[in-house]
Write a protein that binds this ligand. Structure first.
Ligand code: SIN
Length: 178
């Protein structure tokens, strides 16, 4: 059983679970993309928002946060996260690398292509427009994006230029009257 949980989206800035330790870590050969629909947090079934999932990308890496779970609370934590990530995500086991190069065995929630909430690739302007206009029970979709960009900046992520561009585009749309 992997000891660690890898976070690359909302679990970076809103880990509402108990953990023993956390470390910056990277998952090789993947990038995060706003290709998953959100019916339950940042959108609705009628008007889904967009949230991140992991997409294979050889030679790239996805920087995020690794949390070492407490064996005592692990089952309860994973049950609660299964509920939080129920909109198309599944748990997978992966190998991460921390800043010292140490390998960490981790679980990660991934939304795979073809799941019931999958939206997939779209032009950046369309993704920005969807994020700017979506809102769900957890709040505005734009807030999810801004929080993620802020959390990645604090982590020193250098691999997410497209997220900065998306954030700029969404801010521009929200500032444009009418
Ligand atoms: C994660 O944060 O690791 C999963 C995706 C999300 O909840 O945003």
């Amino acid at each position: 059983m992997p000891e660690w949980l890898f976070a690359y989206g909302s679990l970076i800035w809103r880990p509402d679970f108990r953990y023993l330790e956390r470390r910056r870590a990277a998952l090789p050969d993947h990038v995060r993309q706003f290709w998953q629909g959100s019916h339950d947090h940042r959108g609705t079934p009628e008007a889904p928002g967009r949230v991140v999932t992991l997409v294979p990308a050889r030679g790239r890496r996805c920087l995020g946060m690794a949390y070492r779970l407490d064996p005592v609370t692990r089952t309860a934590v994973l049950d609660a996260l299964d509920h939080r990530e129920k909109n198309g995500y599944e748990r997978r086991a992966v190998t991460l690398f921390d800043d010292s190069g140490a390998a960490l065995e981790a679980l990660v929630y991934v939304a795979a292509p073809g799941n019931f909430a999958w939206l997939g690739e779209a032009p950046p302007e369309a993704i920005a427009a969807q994020i700017a206009s979506s809102r769900g029970p957890s709040g505005r979709n734009a807030e999810y994006l801004h929080e993620l960009v802020g959390a990645l900046a604090r982590l020193g992520a250098e691999d997410d230029d497209h997220l900065l561009a998306l954030d700029g585009a969404v801010r521009g749309l929200l500032e444009t009257p009418g």
